[in-house]
Structure formats: C-alpha cells, structure tokens
Design a protein around this ligand. Structure first.
Ligand SMILES: NC(=O)c1ccc[n+]([C@@H]2O[C@H](COP(=O)([O-])OP(=O)(O)OC[C@H]3O[C@@H](n4cnc5c(N)ncnc54)[C@H](OP(=O)(O)O)[C@@H]3O)[C@@H](O)[C@H]2O)c1
Length: 302
C-alpha cells in the first residue's frame, strides 16, 4: 500500500510515496482514505523542526469510508468517517491509501458534507475549538485575531464572530479569499488591519495569534491574555510578566471533532476551499505550503 513519508529530514524533495504494509489491528477501525489534508505540522516534521527518528510517515487529517469496524465500535463498513490521528503521539499517519485507527478517534461525517471537505477540517477545526476554550473570552472583551485568513485562523474567526459582538482582525494585505470577504461582511468585524505596527499598544484584553506574530504581545493590556498556537514563534512568558501567555497544544477529542463536523454541515460554519492533489504530488504540496500564500486547504487524494 502507498503512504507518504520521508527517510530523513530535509526540504520538500525528501517527501516520498513509500510502499508500506497494509494496516492491521483486530480492534482498530480500518478506513479507505478519500483525502488527507496537508498541515504546517507535516512541514515542520519533514524539515526536522520537530525531531523524528528513521523513516517517518506523515499526515494528521483524514476522511474516508470504513472498510472494517471492530464489534461494538458503533461503526460499520461503508460508514463515512473523519479523524485527526496526531501521528507524533499515536504513530498513526493519515496520508495513506488505508489507515487503521482507534475507533475513538473517528466521527461520522454528516451526509451533507463532502468527504474531501471533511478531510480538510479536523486539525484546523479542533485547534480552533480548543484555542477558544483556552482563551476563555468574556462577551465584553476587546479581541484581536491575528491571521484570520489561515486554516486555524479562519475557524477561530468563524466562531468568534458568532460569539463576540466585536472582533478586530489582522490579515495579509492581499487577502480577498471568499471566507475573508464573508468575515468582512459580518457586523461583528471591527477594524481589519494588515500592518502589525499599526496595532495600538495595550489596546486589547485578548490577542489570539494563529499566525505567529509574537511582537503583538505588546497589544495586550496589563493583566490581559495572549493566546497563541505557534510554539516556534511565541513570546517568552518570563519577558512579559504582566500578560498571561497561553499556548494551545491540540489534543485528540472526539467531541470537539464532532462539533467541527456538525458546524460545517449545518450551513452556519466555515467550509474551507479545497485544492486536491494526487498522493504522488505530496512533495509539491509541501513546497507550496512552505512557500506561503496558500489559501484554502491542500488535500492529498490517494
Ligand atoms: N499548537 C497547536 O496545537 C497547533 C495546532 C495546529 C496548528 N498549529 C500551528 O499554527 C500555525 C498555523 O496553522 P494553520 O494550519 O492555520 O496554517 P496556515 O493555514 O498556513 O495559516 C497561517 C496563516 O498565517 C498567515 N501569516 C503569517 N504571518 C502573518 C502575519 N505577519 N500577518 C498576518 N498573517 C500572517 C499566513 O499567511 P501567508 O500564507 O501569506 O504566509 C497564513 O495565512 C502553524 O505554525 C501550525 O503548525 C499549532
């Protein structure tokens, strides 16, 4: 069976389609993968920024169809499912023709949701849910969201605008992708900035950074919160004793993933634009993501 991985870390060119054994496991859910999204964590793993040993398989997100289901799992062959596999902790990578996983990681994909869109949702959507939980916002908080056009950022924006009365955004100057237009049309959107240096120092109760702009810790008032998802570009808490710096560390959660799927299927939530590529073009997908400027989600199709 074919799976995406690398033998030793390096540039996008080290990404290969490898021949690996069929997944096994009596008590595991075996899924025929329809799509596996490419995320920045795959790039960080392949480049060696996140250390791994030996040949490493890649991929956190998948959606597909159940081939085999353990008794009592609640799933049956033919069911459409999605999962976040978190391979750095579980060893289960999603960019493969077939994947065997703990049934507890999987949720049903609602009938109205395209499987390739479902494949684009897990890591970004679950991170957004858990980041907002960590941010613990009050209705009156003055909030700045950094990177609202990104994968995680657009999910955070989607939920924030439904929940808060007023949110300021910081995005890239030339962002005119459909979801950004939708955000700008929301009555909850305050100022949309493109230059971090124009942000008022101390002007916010909470800054949520999904883009890795740690200097914006200066935009948080004394006693406020800076909530970031980027561990490699985060402010050092000791340097900012007056600000509560919090870092999301995403965890597998069936409840949060189901919430992401349900919101997308409801017609209320964000549906990312999906760009599909064959598994053979995994290296090109890495090069595109690493270069920046990708809008929407790259999804590999086995
Ligand atoms: N802590 C966790 O548990 C966790 C979970 C998921 C993701 N992450 C991390 O979070 C980060 C974002 O993930 P993602 O999937 O959302 O990636 P993404 O889709 O690439 O989004 C990141 C966005 O940030 C934008 N950006 C970068 N610098 C910016 C700036 N100065 N101003 C405005 N926007 C800026 C990028 O724009 P350009 O493309 O134009 O550069 C891109 O749109 C990655 O580093 C990822 O590894 C962490």
């Amino acid at each position: 069976m074919r799976a995406v991985g690398f033998r030793s870390p390096g540039g996008p060119e080290v990404v290969e389609v490898l021949d690996v054994p069929e997944p096994e496991g009596h008590d595991l859910l075996v899924v025929d993968v329809a799509g596996a999204a490419v995320n920045p964590v795959d790039v960080a793993t392949r480049s060696g920024q996140i250390p791994t040993e030996g040949t490493t398989l890649l991929g956190w997100d998948l959606a597909g169809t159940v081939i085999r289901a353990p008794e009592g799992s609640g799933f049956a062959p033919g069911d459409r499912v999605a999962a976040m596999t978190a391979p750095l902790g579980t060893g289960i990578a999603s960019m493969a023709e077939r994947v065997a996983l703990d049934p507890g990681f999987a949720v049903a994909v609602p009938a109205s949701l395209d499987l390739l869109v479902a494949a684009a949702l897990p890591l970004a959507g679950v991170t957004a849910v858990q980041t907002l939980r960590l941010a613990d916002l009050r209705p009156q908080d003055r909030v700045l969201l950094v990177g609202a056009q990104g994968s995680v950022g657009s999910h955070v924006a989607d939920r924030l605008l439904a929940q808060q009365g007023h949110v300021d955004l910081l995005v890239r100057p030339d962002d005119a992708a459909p979801w950004t237009r939708r955000l700008e049309a929301s009555p909850a959107v305050g100022t949309v900035r493109t230059d971090p240096s124009t942000v008022e120092p101390g002007g916010y109760d909470v800054v949520i950074d999904t883009a890795g702009v740690p200097t914006l810790v200066g935009a948080v008032r004394e006693g406020g919160r800076f909530v970031t998802i980027t561990p490699f570009s985060a402010p050092t808490p000791e340097d900012h004793p007056d600000v509560d710096v919090r870092l999301t560390s995403v965890e597998i959660s069936r409840e949060d993933l189901q919430d992401v799927m349900d919101r997308a299927a409801s017609g209320e939530g964000l549906l990312p634009d999906v760009v599909t590529l064959p598994l053979d073009e995994a290296a090109q997908a890495h090069a595109r993501l690493e270069a920046g400027g990708v809008r929407g989600k790259l999804v590999l199709v086995p």
